[in-house]
Design a protein around this ligand. Structure first.
Ligand code: CO8
Length: 257
């Protein structure tokens, strides 16, 4: 499949999407968002894919929504077209998605990275929500996801001033899982994604769903949800295989059943 604004490839059981609008620092225009969703739809449907990596270039993961495309929109247009809603589909994917972020992840770029399940950052990564400098605020989850991830003080400061966070601060704040040297970022992300893709797919999906519950419900309700799903895992062949393999001191071979 050939796209205009992204590159896609499959590496074993991992789907790799590279945002590819270098002339605009991977600014997220409507074509890019549509193509990204189309590629992710394909990976969701493909039973051979267990995990997806989204990355950008060394200079920019994505410098935000495309300001040139957005600047002339009217309120009725944004409202009637339900502007931004398509973006949220990224967060609704069932298969795990890793964001591999190098360079700028600003505005919608930072929001896109936060829609993924976790972020691996290069040492050059810079995260920010600079929308206030454009006379707007984050509109694709930035005021909500960033606040839940890094807490009110940092989120408020970033959203109100547009200050960027470097990779070290992002790691200290829990925004990224790890920092990797820039020239090893994509390889490392693919390695982590391959590890995930080698697990049982249904178990990985249930695990993702359960962790995400922590953001959506009370602790008691989340614990109840976790317990029910944990119990259900004993109905899978992969639970039998995983535990049997441990007992027999051999690697597990999951059948996704
Ligand atoms: N949109 C459109 N074009 C962009 C964007 C952008 N977000 N960012 C960079 N570009 C373009 C520049 O216009 C320039 O193009 P040209 O060469 O034709 O002038 C090219 O990319 C290179 O950019 P710079 O020359 O500015 O590169 P620098 O290295 O000097 O600066 C920066 C890099 C600091 C990243 C700078 O480009 C910048 O500040 N960019 C804008 C960052 C920003 O404000 N992002 C937030 C956008 S608003 C947003 O994301 C709202 C999200 C809400 C949800 C959206 C739903 C659709």
């Amino acid at each position: 499949m050939t796209y205009e604004t992204i590159l896609t490839e499959t590496r074993g059981k991992v789907g790799l999407v590279t945002l590819n609008r270098p002339q605009a620092l991977n600014a997220l225009n409507s074509t890019l968002v549509a193509e990204l969703n189309e590629a992710l739809d394909g990976y969701e449907r493909d039973p051979g894919i267990g995990c997806v990596v989204i990355t950008g270039s060394e200079k920019a993961f994505a410098a935000g929504a495309d300001i040139k495309e957005m600047s002339g929109l009217s309120y009725p247009q944004t409202y009637l077209d339900d502007f931004i809603t398509a973006w949220d589909k990224v967060a609704a994917r069932r298969k795990p998605i890793v964001a591999a972020v190098s360079g700028f992840a600003l505005g919608g770029g930072c929001e896109l990275a936060m829609m993924c399940d976790f972020i691996l950052a290069s040492d050059t990564a810079k995260f920010g929500q600079p929308e206030i400098k454009l006379g707007v605020m984050p509109g694709a989850g930035g005021t909500q996801r960033l606040t839940r991830i890094v807490g009110k003080a940092k989120a408020m400061e970033m959203c109100l001033t547009g200050r960027m966070m470097d990779a070290a601060e992002a790691e200290r704040s829990g925004l990224v899982s790890r920092i990797v040297p820039a020239d090893q970022l994509v390889d490392e992300a693919l390695k982590v994604a391959a590890t995930i893709a080698d697990m049982s797919l249904p178990i990985a999906l249930m695990t993702k769903e359960s962790v995400n519950r922590a953001y959506e419900t009370t602790l008691a309700e989340g614990i109840r949800f976790e317990r029910r799903v944990f119990h259900a895992m004993f109905a899978t062949a992969d639970q039998k295989e995983g535990m049997q393999a441990f007992v027999e001191k051999r690697p597990a071979k999951f059948a996704n059943e």
